[in-house]
Design a protein around this ligand. Structure first.
Ligand SMILES: [Zn+2]
Length: 385
């Protein structure tokens, strides 16, 4: 029996959802073992009977990834399949988030869609190779990455290993549509400096909160201009969002300081560092004293070309397996681990499930989609030379 079937997908996915791999997202973490450890051991056990190299990659004391490599018929660069092991917390869904439920062909639970559905499909695709007694044309690297949801230390550690890569598929919920392009992101803090004074005589101070309002207006103006300069067929316009604001010290004093957290989404064609530098220059105006923190996050956009031969081959496979002849390449506003592979290899984002179910109460996935994804991944692994 082929390992790619609904029953086996359901079993593996239920087991992996029941293993909690909640990313603390920067909050205190008290367990002595890494977030992903039990899932890593579970997956390593699945591959024990086979001729694979299994490596545990420790990105930090609290996060680790699993790398499984399979020899190809020829030596050379690898096909990378990557999905992430960690999930976002389930604080808003405490009752049944980690008790997987199967209902009407769907599996419910935290991580079922983001991202363990993709991971299970990738595992099944590789198992299928062994159980059919095959060898893939190119070597395969299957990376079950840790810490995607917060600092992406898993994929970054893998990239630092400088594995030779021929092509890469990042598994995320795309409804089996190959995503070629997505946004990059830069996050940092802008602090507006003022001078405090008694609020009965505000003219004696310089109001940092009023200054922050000017900054927010200038950010909106900059966003509008960027939208005119940078246009993509697959991705929506660049955005600059103030996500948090902290200012003032007491209710009866002019604020001497106000800090804005900025989330700047850049699109293909924009360099994250140059875009940030340009924005910093744009904010440098007389009468406004502003300082900038170091960037806390800098992730590139994914900008794979629609003419990329690997992407075209993957699209053809997706059309064949899903029966959707009109399936086209897509783009996404969110970022993925593919950002870290941009410019290194042909990379696409492709997986079962819909992004609207990710990070949501009642997160779920259609098991039939997981099976289709496994068939697509398997055909990708067995394609090319
Ligand atoms: Zn994800």
């Amino acid at each position: 029996m082929s390992p790619i079937c609904v029953e086996r997908a359901a079993r593996l996915l239920s087991d992996l959802v029941a293993i909690r791999t909640v990313n603390p997202m920067g909050r205190p973490y008290t367990s002595r073992e890494p977030v992903e450890r039990q899932a890593v051991e579970y997956i390593a056990e699945l591959f024990r009977p086979y001729d694979v190299a299994v490596e545990r990659l420790a990105a930090s004391p609290i996060h680790e990834s699993l790398l499984i490599t399979v020899a190809g018929r020829q030596r050379g660069p690898h096909t990378l399949l990557e999905s992430h092991l960690d999930t976002v917390p389930a604080d808003d869904w405490p009752e049944t988030a980690f008790s997987p439920r199967l209902c009407d062909g769907r599996l419910y639970g935290r991580g079922s869609c983001d991202d363990k559905g993709s991971l299970v499909a990738m595992i099944l695709a590789v198992l299928e190779i062994f159980e059919a007694g095959d060898r893939p044309p190119l070597p395969v690297a299957l990376l079950a990455a840790g810490d995607e949801e917060y600092a992406q230390t898993g994929i970054r550690q893998f990239v630092a290993l400088d594995y030779p890569l021929a092509r890469a598929v990042i598994g995320e919920p795309t409804r089996l549509q190959p995503i070629l392009q997505h946004k990059g992101v830069i996050r940092w803090e802008i602090t507006v400096h003022g001078r405090s004074a008694h609020s009965s005589q505000p003219e004696r101070g310089r109001d940092a909160i009023a200054g922050a309002v000017s900054v927010i207006q200038r950010l909106a103006e900059h966003q509008r201009r960027l939208g005119e300069r940078f246009v993509s067929r697959l991705v929506t316009a660049p955005t600059i969002t103030v996500t948090m604001i902290h200012g003032g010290r007491t209710c009866n004093a002019v604020a001497d300081q106000c800090t804005l957290s900025v989330d700047f989404r850049v699109i293909p064609g924009m360099s994250p560092t140059e875009s940030r530098d340009e924005l910093i220059s744009w904010l440098a105006t007389p009468g406004l004293e502003v300082s900038h923190s170091e960037a806390q996050v800098i992730a590139s956009p994914l900008a794979t070309s629609p003419d990329d031969p690997f992407a075209l081959a993957a699209l053809e496979i997706c059309r064949r397996v899903t029966g959707r002849d009109d399936l086209q390449f897509g783009g996404a506003p969110y970022g993925t681990d593919a950002a870290w592979l941009a410019g290194r290899t042909s990379a696409i984002v492709l997986g079962p499930g819909g992004i609207e179910h990710a990070h949501a109460v009642d997160e779920h996935i259609e098991l039939a989609d997981v099976v289709s994804a496994a068939q697509i991944y398997h055909q990708i692994l067995m394609s090319g030379s």
